[in-house]
Design a protein around this ligand. Structure first.
Ligand SMILES: C[S@@+](CC[C@H](N)C(=O)[O-])C[C@H]1O[C@@H](n2cnc3c(N)ncnc32)[C@H](O)[C@@H]1O
Length: 278
């Protein structure tokens, strides 16, 4: 599936998706994923940041409130329209644009950092997307991203429960299948059943890769892995968001931060080689 086809699925999801996330039904994002992501994020005050696949912009706004000068892109025009409307209501100086993460409309070395909250695994051509990020980062800049955990959320995933409903284990399969836009029919499970039946499920094209498939993209884009995160819910979080109990058995998300070295990698390597020789 190509990027334009993917974009048309997200555009079809965008209106209802925005309503539901703004009503608080994305409990994994609000209760776990974003707080853990921000806890891992280095200070961004005063930095120029690019948020890729920003959706309706909630996470971009959080970065702007931390003091970053934000630009944000998404392929779905409806998401960008809602994000721009939010900017008009709360002026944070965010420049939202409709653009494809596979062809970023920015000059080389334009940003101090880039973020991608749960968007890279939704794009065809991960190598190209991460290559584009490497291109627009200035030397010394970083990318921090969250994706569905490749090991615990491959195309087949089932939460196994005891008779009392307690989560016992996560069953996974099809790990080695690189999917190319396989459609997942899905809705926010925290919505009450009667409300759920009012909405057509979202159709989400999935582009699964293995863990090594993801991490090997970083050096190929000139980026050096700096930190990994695998959020799990505390008992307190589970009390507030019972749905998140499955992340105590195994993580649903993988976070990674990688940096574009201030000096080209080749220089580092040759200098290290000299040190070893000395
Ligand atoms: C799961 S949503 C995450 C939205 C937002 N980052 C958040 O955390 O709420 C994935 C987003 O990626 C966007 N997306 C998918 N393919 C894209 C592409 N090629 N370029 C830019 N954005 C893309 C979708 O339109 C959607 O808004």
């Amino acid at each position: 599936m190509n990027s334009a086809e993917t974009a048309s699925f997200w555009e079809a999801n965008a209106e209802i998706w925005t309503q539901l996330v703004r009503a608080g039904y994305d409990v994994y994002r609000d209760g776990q994923n974003t707080p853990a992501f921000l806890a891992m994020l280095p200070p961004v005050a005063g930095l120029a940041g690019l948020d890729i696949g920003c959706g309706e912009g909630e996470n971009t706004r959080r970065l702007a409130r931390l003091g970053a000068r934000m630009t944000a892109v998404d392929v779905a025009p409806t998401f960008i329209r809602y994000a721009q409307a939010a900017e008009a209501e709360e002026l944070l100086g965010i420049d939202y644009r409709v653009a494809d993460g596979l062809a970023l409309p920015f000059a080389d070395a334009s940003f101090d950092f880039a973020t991608a909250f749960m968007s890279l695994m939704d794009m065809p051509g991960h190598a190209q997307a991460i290559g584009e990020i490497g291109r627009v980062l200035r030397p010394g800049g970083f990318l921090q991203a969250s994706i569905l955990h490749p090991c615990f959320c491959p195309p087949y995933r089932k939460v196994l429960r005891d008779e009392d409903g307690a989560v016992r284990a996560i069953e996974v399969g099809r790990y080695f299948e690189a999917t190319d836009g396989e459609l997942e029919s899905w809705c926010f499970r925290s919505m009450p059943e009667e409300q759920r039946s009012q909405f057509r499920p979202f159709q989400i094209p999935r582009f699964h890769r293995t863990l090594s498939g993801w991490l090997n993209l970083l050096p190929a884009a000139g980026l050096v892995l700096e930190e990994l995160g695998e959020p799990t819910a505390s008992d307190e979080t589970v009390r507030a968001y019972p749905a998140l109990r499955d992340t105590q058995a195994a993580p649903l998300f993988l976070h990674f931060r990688a940096r574009k070295p201030a000096e080209p990698l080749a220089k580092f390597l040759s200098r290290d080689a000299r040190i070893v020789q000395d």
